[in-house]
Design a protein around this ligand. Structure first.
Ligand code: AMP
Length: 125
């Protein structure tokens, strides 16, 4: 069920619970600003989710309210994780869904990293 990205942050969402260690995830990276883990339902050979540690519903919320350090740390983490997974030479795709039209399901900002095969057209037609 897609979320309404204008709603306030709800700290019972599943990624908040992963951040608190209440439910398991296959973690691949963690630093002061970001946590990354494998998507539970991968749509490409590499499908990693990167989330900021702060309480942000979506890219909209994050870009408006996060500190410069949080934004820089998160963006650098996404690039580092892609490099660590050998995705730069073959290429990869980043995706961040925001709100209902995008189909965003989890109301904690996450960037999908897809790679490991040709990824096809940018959007379903
Ligand atoms: P989005 O549609 O952009 O909100 O994407 C949510 C993503 O979270 C989907 O690709 C799900 O497969 C993934 N997901 C949901 N629950 C979990 C979980 N417990 N661990 C890892 N990935 C999850």
């Amino acid at each position: 069920m897609p979320i309404d990205a204008t709603l306030p942050y709800d700290d019972s969402n599943i990624f908040a619970r992963i951040l608190r260690g209440e439910i398991p995830s296959k973690r691949v990276y963690e630093d002061e600003f970001a946590l990354a883990f494998h998507d539970i339902n991968p749509q490409a050979p590499t499908h990693i989710l990167v989330i900021p540690k702060g309480a942000h519903v979506s890219w909209d919320d994050f870009s408006e309210r996060a500190s410069a350090d949080e934004i820089a740390g998160f963006v650098r983490a996404v690039g580092k994780i892609a490099r660590e997974h050998g995705l730069v030479a073959p290429g990869y795709r980043l995706l961040a869904n925001v709100g209902a039209d995008s189909g965003q399901e989890v109301p904690h900002l996450h960037v999908h990293i897809f790679g490991g095969r040709g990824l096809g057209p940018m959007l379903a037609r």
